[in-house]
Design a protein around this ligand. Structure first.
Ligand SMILES: CC(C)(COP(=O)(O)OP(=O)(O)OC[C@H]1O[C@@H](n2cnc3c(N)ncnc32)[C@H](O)[C@@H]1OP(=O)(O)O)[C@@H](O)C(=O)NCCC(=O)NCCS
Length: 206
C-alpha cells in the first residue's frame, strides 16, 4: 500500500449535511501517525491565521498569493476565513475547536459560478508530510458535495509540490498557461477515464 493509501481520515463521519460555508469537523491521520483536526474557519480564527502566515516562508506566501511575499491585509484574510460562497478549512495539530489552537494549514474553496477556486497554504515545518494532499482531497470532496462542476487552481509553473498534489488526485485536468502561471481545471463530475490522461505533470515541468 502506498504512503497515500495508508493516510486515512480516522473520523470522517459527517453528522449533518454540509452546506456552503460550513464543513463538518474531522480528524485527519497522517502516515507518520500524527493526528490533526480539520474544521471550518470562523472570524475568531484571524489571529491564528495571521500567525500561520507569519510562520510561513516568503516563498510559501508568494506561491500562495502570486504577488510578493507579504501576508494579505487583515480585511482580506477575514474575507478568506468566511467566504460568501465556499468554505475555508483550517488544520490544527490536535482535534480542537478552540480558536487558540495553532493553525498549521489553511485550505480555501471559493465559489466562482460553477467553479470552486482552490488554494492551499501549509506551514513550512508541516510540509511534505501529506497534509497538503489530504486537504486538497478534502476540498474536492467538499466541492462535489456542494455541486460545483469543476475545481480551478492557479499554480506557479515552478511549484512542484502543488502540481504533485494535484497529480495525486489522478483526475483529468486541463491546463492553461499565462507566462509562469498555470490555470488548472479539474472537472468534478467526470469519472476518471483510463483513456484520458491525468494532469501531464512531466510535460508541464519540462
Ligand atoms: C503546495 C503545498 C500546499 C503542499 O503541501 P504539503 O503538505 O507539503 O503536500 P504533501 O506533503 O501532500 O506533498 C505533495 C507532493 O509534493 C511533494 N513535495 C512536497 N514538498 C516538496 C518539496 N519541498 N520539494 C519537492 N516536492 C515536494 C511531495 O513529495 C508530494 O509528492 P508525492 O506525493 O509525489 O511524493 C505546500 O507546499 C504549501 O503550502 N506551499 C506554499 C503555498 C502554495 O504553494 N500553495 C499552492 C497555491 S494553489
Amino acid at each position: 500500500m502506498t504512503r497515500r493509501g495508508r493516510q486515512t481520515l480516522v473520523a470522517d463521519r459527517p453528522t449533518r449535511r454540509a452546506v456552503r460555508g460550513v464543513a463538518d469537523p474531522v480528524a485527519l491521520g497522517l502516515s507518520d501517525g500524527t493526528e490533526l483536526g480539520v474544521r471550518s474557519a470562523v472570524g475568531d480564527d484571524l489571529p491564528g491565521v495571521v500567525d500561520l502566515h507569519e510562520r510561513c516562508s516568503a516563498r510559501s506566501r508568494n506561491r500562495r498569493y502570486h504577488g510578493g511575499s507579504a501576508r494579505p491585509a487583515p480585511a482580506r484574510m477575514r474575507r478568506l476565513l468566511e467566504p460568501a460562497r465556499g468554505v475555508t478549512l483550517l488544520a490544527t495539530p490536535t482535534v480542537s475547536h478552540s480558536p487558540t489552537a495553532p493553525v498549521v494549514a489553511m485550505a480555501n474553496l471559493l465559489g466562482e459560478g460553477d467553479t470552486a477556486e482552490v488554494a492551499l497554504l501549509v506551514r513550512d515545518d508541516w510540509q511534505r508530510r501529506g497534509l497538503g494532499s489530504a486537504l486538497l482531497r478534502r476540498l474536492v470532496w467538499q466541492a462535489e458535495r456542494c455541486g460545483y462542476a469543476a475545481l480551478g487552481l492557479h499554480i506557479q509553473a515552478e511549484n512542484t509540490p502543488m502540481l504533485r498534489a494535484v497529480d495525486r488526485l489522478e483526475r483529468p485536468a486541463t491546463t492553461d498557461r499565462d507566462g509562469s502561471l498555470l490555470t488548472l481545471t479539474v472537472p468534478l463530475t467526470a469519472a476518471v477515464s483510463p483513456t484520458r490522461a491525468p494532469l501531464a505533470l512531466s510535460a508541464i515541468m519540462r
